[in-house]
Design a binder for this molecule. Structure first.
Ligand code: NAD
Length: 494
């Protein structure tokens, strides 16, 4: 790991390209408009970014369709497609420090998280998915001796991908790796709050040998570029990660346009259940990471903590000790565990929810209202609020910041009921040393993912996604490839 001054030197040496990337070329938006990309730690301009809109989307989608139809990628030999994506992963690895710095500067994530999680996980996603390309087979249906029915998995054509800012590189990788591996062309609209790593990724794809026009990146706002992509009549599949509010809009856009398939990975308000028989020290460390990692800007953040009443006092004391590990600072410093919020809007959201928690009877044990100073970065405080219950606004709604609600329960049934009392169903953590309880509770929890005696752990081999208002799609694993293929059955009478 580099030192603080080495990361600073690297960040000063970088130049950024904020232009759109269409058909293998960087280019300005058709309108010539740009918007500023701001470093949330210093509040200084990083670079101006092309503000794409419907005109750019039309060009990129029409070009992607032509490239798809030409077969240069969709009909390339699977092994060759695999080699290109593997080479791309090697190039990302060669530039791993640059990618780490790009996201840290663009959205404030700590460099340690970039180095230890985001960058290696993104590389792994490309490698693992590439390896699937020549290992996934079609099927023959058991129709009987006089017919042969083959089931083919075909690329869908043009995939539109819309991604958030909280894990800029990783969320983009989870979408585009399987979409491209399946043979599609992609038009990606990264978040306007952190578009730089996606643009660099596209540039490296060309260096790895990916034909021009297979991967296009259009930076821009949601209501302009994003909406135009979602409404486009020639996009076959839309893959989205972001808020539940926007996810709902995308379903409507699909209905208003061409009924494109829409895969949604949306918001969350994940519960963390700590039973009296849990390993208290480990559970407290897990509960702190589950809300303070990445400044709480994590879709699976366990922002609702439910502790069994008999151990609550002891557990909360251990939790407060663990919370002290999280200190805000310059995210380029490897010792920093919490960077700034992505922007002033997100910081104001945190402030609003802390205020509402206090007004509704919450007791601030750690942290509290942010103390913002202009020009010094959008820093929130790691915050723990006791006396919370499911009726309070800050317990119901996704904050997307480092604010933990501490609630209590007395029985297993009550814990399950409280955990499921949410519109969301993304992740959940359960801390217990009773094996039967671990299984019982995991089965009853309404969520796409459950962690027992851990939080947030995953692997490229396991699917990631939610139920209820947290969405319908799954990133990672073989299930992700299913999102980007159509099934065709060809039946031959023999
Ligand atoms: P967001 O919904 O505001 O934006 C996500 C993307 O949608 C951005 O690229 C944005 O420009 C675009 N967008 C906004 N309005 C649009 C519109 N009208 N039409 C088309 N596109 C539009 O979300 P965000 O603030 O970037 O990210 C935070 C949210 O993402 C949180 O709710 C978090 O829980 C969620 N998230 C979910 C997962 C998951 O896997 N389930 C992972 C990470 C983040």
């Amino acid at each position: 790991m580099k030192t603080y001054s080495e990361w600073q030197a690297l960040s000063e040496s970088l130049t950024f390209n904020g232009q759109a990337f269409i058909n293998g070329q960087f280019q300005p938006a058709v309108s010539g408009e740009t918007f500023p990309s701001i470093n949330p730690t210093t509040e200084q301009l990083l670079t101006d970014v092309a503000s794409c809109d419907a005109a750019d989307v039309n060009i990129a989608v029409a070009n992607a369709r032509e490239v798809f139809k030409s077969g240069v990628w969709s009909e390339m030999h699977p092994r060759q497609r695999k080699q290109i994506i593997l080479k791309w992963a090697d190039l990302i690895e060669q530039h791993k420090d640059e990618f780490a710095v790009l996201d840290t500067l663009d959205m404030g994530k700590s460099i340690s998280e970039m180095v230890n999680i985001d960058v290696p996980d993104a590389i792994d996603c490309f490698r693992w998915t590439a390896e699937c390309i020549d290992k996934v087979y079609g099927e023959i249906a058991p129709t009987g001796n006089d017919t042969l029915a083959m089931i083919h998995h075909e690329p869908v054509g043009v995939v539109g991908a819309i991604t958030p800012w909280n894990y800029p590189l990783l969320m983009v990788s989870w979408k585009i790796a399987p979409a491209l591996a399946a043979g599609n062309c992609v038009v990606l609209k990264p978040s306007e709050k952190a578009p730089l790593s996606a643009l660099r990724l596209a540039e490296l794809a060309i260096e790895a040998g990916m034909p021009a026009g297979v991967l296009n990146v259009l930076p821009g706002f949601g209501h302009t570029a994003g909406k135009a992509l979602a409404l486009h009549m020639d996009v076959n599949v839309l893959a989205f990660t972001g808020s539940t509010r926007v996810a709902g809009m995308l379903m409507a856009y699909a209905g208003e346009s061409n009924m494109k398939r829409v895969w949604l990975e949306a918001g969350g308000k994940s519960p963390n259940l700590v039973f009296a028989d849990a390993d208290i020290k480990k559970a407290a460390a897990g509960a702190a990471s589950a809300i303070f990692a990445n400044q709480g800007e994590v879709c699976i953040a366990c922002s609702r903590l439910y502790v069994e009443k008999s151990i609550k006092e002891e557990f909360v004391a251990a939790l407060i000790e663990e919370a002290a590990r999280f200190r805000t600072g310059d995210p380029l410093d490897p010792a920093t565990t919490m960077g700034p919020m992505v922007d002033g809007t997100q910081l104001a959201t945190v402030e609003r929810y802390v205020r509402s928690a206090q007004e509704e009877g919450g007791n601030v044990l750690v942290g509290g209202l942010p103390e913002y100073e202009e020009g010094k970065g959008f820093f929130a405080k790691p915050t723990i609020i006791d006396n919370a219950h499911n009726g309070m606004t800050f317990v119901k709604e996704e904050i997307f910041g480092p604010v933990l609600a501490v609630c209590e329960f007395e029985t297993e049934e009550e814990a399950i009921e409280l955990a499921n009392d949410s519109i969301y169903g993304l992740g959940a953590a359960v801390w217990t040393q009773n094996l039967s309880r671990a299984h019982r509770v995991s089965r009853k929890i309404e969520s796409g993912m459950v962690w027992v005696n851990t939080w947030g752990e995953g692997d490229t081999t396991v699917p990631f996604g939610g139920v209820k208002a947290s969405g319908n799609g799954r990133d990672k694993s073989l299930h992700a490839l299913e999102k980007y293929t159509d099934i065709k059955n060809v039946l031959i009478r023999l």
